[in-house]
Ligand binder design. Structure first.
Ligand code: FES
Length: 146
């Protein structure tokens, strides 16, 4: 199957500018004791199929990409390409994949396995549980590719 590329400009690729935004409501998430909790009422970006958010900063120990995948599953990835530039990732519509925002656009399947590009290792993903309008993501740091 041919790789589908997310439509980005050359400059965006060179600069490593991801398509996925931070949440409009910065208070929609918190992190404590290894659990990243997202209040979906405050994160409408994640209520639409194919929607995604990138979460980083505050006390979160690593960058996280959260995707409401088009197959109906919520997925969370360590938002750090395993190629040398360690750029951020974006979901690619209609493919159930995530793709590095850089010029080399390494692409990973829904489980984080590399399917295209120069990255040599998979991207870590984290267990996601949906409970009473919240997503609870277990951040397992030893599984990541720091
Ligand atoms: S940093 Fe992702 S392909 Fe280079």
């Amino acid at each position: 199957m041919a790789e589908k590329r997310l439509k980005r400009s050359f400059l965006q690729r060179v600069m490593g500018t991801p398509a996925t935004q931070k949440p409009a409501e910065s208070q929609c998430w918190n992190y404590a004791e290894g659990k990243l909790t997202i209040d979906l009422q405050k994160a409408p970006e994640l209520t639409v199929s194919g929607g995604a958010l990138r979460l980083e900063g505050n006390n979160l120990p690593l960058r996280v990409l959260v995707v409401n995948s088009e197959d109906g599953e919520y997925r969370a990835y360590h938002n750090r390409c395993t190629h040398i530039g360690h750029r951020r990732l974006d979901p690619v519509p209609g493919t159930n994949t995530v793709q590095c925002c850089s010029i080399n656009h390494s692409t990973f399947d829904c489980c984080g396995a590399k399917i295209e590009g120069p990255a040599r290792r998979p991207v870590a993903n984290f267990p996601v549980e949906k409970n009473q309008g919240r997503l609870i993501i277990s951040i397992v740091e030893q599984a990541t590719n720091r």
